[in-house]
Design a protein around this ligand. Structure first.
Ligand SMILES: Nc1nc2c(c(=O)[nH]1)N[C@H]1C(S)=C(S)[C@@H](COP(=O)(O)O)O[C@H]1N2
Ligand SMILES: [Mo]
Length: 201
């Protein structure tokens, strides 16, 4: 069905939907779960949504391929979830925010430029192809940024930190490209040009 699809450079199609992540699958505990927005918010206040509140937020749908930096592509995913523009409207960033850190369970993180986070293709996905995410695929919510390699899309997201300067996330500290654009094939940090990432601490 997707055989005639043009894939980004260096990618190949994978069948099915293998799970891929570092560490164990976190246990979901509804009463302890909250989605937080913190860091440089416009008001200076933190925002948080409990699970019941979060699932009341309106849904959007985006169809996108998912590209793992290890070259496997899962094509044609229909993601539904909360538009990041909804979060940005309800919990606006301060004017000098340039990047966000997306935080997940167990301290996993990914840094993303604000304009990519704010894209109308970016969402906090709760469903794939009409079904709720399974635990190993990120239940209850994962970030999807179609233009970036999937390490920029944390599963089990718990919060967004607004940042006024760039900082590397989990995989970005471990040799993966700070920006990670799929069509530019920005896989590894050694490919970074000056200005594409903060220096390593
Ligand atoms: N929390 C967390 N999210 C993560 C990862 C991870 O290690 N931890 N790995 C990323 C990578 S590298 C990929 S390719 C995708 C895989 O998503 P999947 O398991 O649903 O196929 O999850 C991304 N999100
Ligand atoms: Mo990946």
């Amino acid at each position: 069905m997707f055989d005639d699809e043009i894939l980004p450079p260096g990618q190949r199609l994978v069948e099915g939907w293998p799970a891929r992540h570092y560490g164990p699958v976190p246990k979901f505990r509804q009463e302890r779960w909250e989605f937080r927005v913190f860091g440089a918010t416009a008001s200076g206040d933190k925002h948080s949504w409990g699970f019941e509140e979060f699932i009341e937020l309106p849904l959007v749908t985006v169809v996108a391929d998912m590209h793992c930096v290890s070259r496997k592509t899962v094509p044609g995913n229909e993601w539904s979830g909360v538009a990041t523009s909804t979060i940005l409207a309800l919990a606006p960033p301060a004017p000098d925010v340039t990047h966000v850190m997306v935080w997940a369970e167990y301290g996993f993180s990914a840094n993303i430029r604000l304009h990519e986070f704010a894209s109308d293709q970016t969402l906090l996905a709760r469903f794939r192809n009409g079904e709720a995410l399974t635990p190993e695929h990120g239940f209850p919510v994962r970030l999807v940024v179609p233009s970036l390699y999937a390490y920029k899309g944390p599963k089990w997201v718990r919060g967004i930190e607004y940042m006024t300067e760039d900082r590397r996330g989990f995989w970005e500290e471990r040799g993966y490209h700070n920006i990670g654009e799929v069509w530019a094939e920005q896989r590894y940090s050694y490919q970074e040009d000056l200005g594409e990432g903060p220096s390593f601490a």
